[in-house]
Design a binder for this molecule. Structure first.
Ligand SMILES: [Zn+2]
Length: 168
């Protein structure tokens, strides 16, 4: 694959130039709920690749996908609720409420990240729009991170480091 294709899938570097009307509509449709959620798309694609993972977790923040052996968790963050820099919109009505509500969501995400990270988990966050925009690339990045943890744990079991996995 091309170099630098990590860029944009983790929230910090969300690509603003990928915003399209259809993506915005997609984000809004997800709020109402659809059968084909981003979570289901990612899970089924990983499953087809032969990965084993848990989907129900009592871990902090309730990750969408958990790889217990590799200690990798994946959150698939909705653009609206988690404040995607590309698609974050705030309802005009009750603006103050929404500003506070969405900010607290983002703050909580960061707390979850650091808490899980300090417990040795590799925390991956994927934007909903990346799942929709390029599912195979997004899933490939998750798969690669998990595989890297596998080889990493074999080499240095005592040091469950971050293994160079992109995370925020
Ligand atoms: Zn987005």
């Amino acid at each position: 694959m091309r170099g630098g294709y990590d860029h944009g899938w983790i929230g910090i570097d969300c690509m603003t130039d990928v915003l399209t009307q259809s993506q915005r509509r997609y984000c809004m449709s997800q709020i109402k709920g659809r059968d084909t959620t981003p979570e289901l798309l990612v899970r089924s694609a990983l499953f087809r690749k032969g990965f084993w993972f848990r989907v129900r977790s009592r871990l902090r923040g309730r990750p969408d996908i958990v790889f217990p052996r590799e200690r990798v968790v994946v959150f698939i963050d909705g653009c609206f609720w988690h404040g995607c820099p590309a698609h974050a919109t705030r309802p005009a009505a009750n603006a103050a409420f929404w500003t506070e509500k969405l900010k607290s969501n983002v703050d909580r995400d960061r707390e979850v990240d650091s808490a899980l990270g300090s417990e040795g988990w590799c925390v991956l966050r994927v934007w909903e729009h990346d799942v929709k925009g390029d599912l195979s690339r997004t899933v490939g990045l998750i798969a690669r991170a998990v595989m890297r943890r596998r080889t990493g744990t074999k080499r240095s079991k005592a040091a469950p480091g971050r293994g160079g996995v992109a995370q925020r």
